[in-house]
Design a protein. Structure first.
Length: 79
């Protein structure tokens, strides 16, 4: 397990401007980003032991983060 935050800027560094523009123009896309950040923050807080989660809870959050990231990427690559 890594305790490095998986920010979208780190995940898609070559698409930061595109993501910012899409966030400003699409409420749906902006909501996906909010959801991703919230899930990512929960995982990071668990990894650095600020919040204690069970392995199952953390794994479920990781799956949710991957799903959101895939959904965000689908929007980015099609835009």
């Amino acid at each position: 397990m890594s305790n490095t935050p998986h920010t979208l800027h780190d995940e898609f560094p070559n698409h930061a401007q595109k993501i910012s523009a899409m966030k400003a123009s699409s409420p749906h896309f902006a909501q996906l980003l909010v959801e991703y950040d919230a899930v990512n923050d929960k995982i990071h807080r668990s990894e650095i032991r600020l919040d204690l989660l069970t392995e199952e809870e953390e794994e479920a959050l990781r799956r949710q983060r991957v799903h959101l990231k895939d959904h965000i990427w689908a929007h980015v690559k099609d835009a």
